[in-house]
Design a protein around this ligand. Structure first.
Ligand SMILES: [Zn+2]
Length: 206
């Protein structure tokens, strides 16, 4: 199976890693998932939800943990978000599945946590819209990131090919994104597909 889109919420997506919450993991053999509690939904996480998350994390169609993370503009107070996020970090390490991260205004905290926990699993920040300087900062900290329709062109231009990850998130225009990035990078869409499939499989240890 190919994986081109590293982060989508579209349950019907193919060639994609579909992000779902623990209680909505579909029983579909031919789809691949990441499972997590979104930072926006951290206001009151019950013990049952943590247990459901751990049960889902074991599922063989679940290849990654998330999306999870920190959002300083939405969701529960930051100390609660941090507690929920650290539970995801622990699951990621325990079950050897990489982490898909949502972050808003919390990049320094994510970098701090990565240094603190020294995870063996790779981490990927989804929905990256930062400047070229931030690309260099993330790469030097071994933090992966995926880009979407809102990522600036000057950023897309300088990402090393082996660090390129694309996502549709909650849009449905992945093919347009493939087309746009292939033009910006001067490669064919077939070449870009092959690069993405390789990068995603390396990230997911497939
Ligand atoms: Zn998302």
């Amino acid at each position: 199976m190919k994986i081109l889109d590293i982060h989508t919420h579209n349950l019907a997506a193919t060639d994609a890693l579909i992000s779902v919450s623990p209680d909505s993991l579909p029983q579909q053999e031919n789809r691949l998932f990441s499972v997590g509690i979104h930072p926006w939904n951290t206001e009151s996480v019950s013990q049952q939800e943590f247990q459901a998350l751990e049960r889902a994390a074991i599922n063989s169609n679940v290849l990654a943990i998330g999306e999870c993370g920190l959002d300083l503009l939405r969701g529960a107070p930051v100390d609660i978000q941090k507690c929920v996020f650290e539970f995801h970090i622990a699951l990621s390490e325990k079950y050897h599945k990489p982490l898909i991260i949502h972050q808003v205004k919390a990049l320094q905290e994510i970098l701090y946590l990565k240094k603190k926990f020294h995870p063996a699993q790779p981490w990927l920040i989804h929905g990256f819209r930062g400047k070229p300087e931030t690309v260099r900062q993330l790469i030097s900290n071994d933090l992966h990131f995926s880009i979407g329709t809102k990522t600036p062109i000057e950023t897309i231009e300088i990402i090393p090919m082996e660090w390129l990850f694309l996502e549709s998130d909650d849009t449905n225009d992945f093919q347009n994104l493939i087309c746009k990035v292939s033009v910006i990078r001067g490669v064919s869409t077939d070449e870009l597909d092959a690069i993405l499939n390789d990068n995603n499989k390396r990230f997911l240890s497939l």
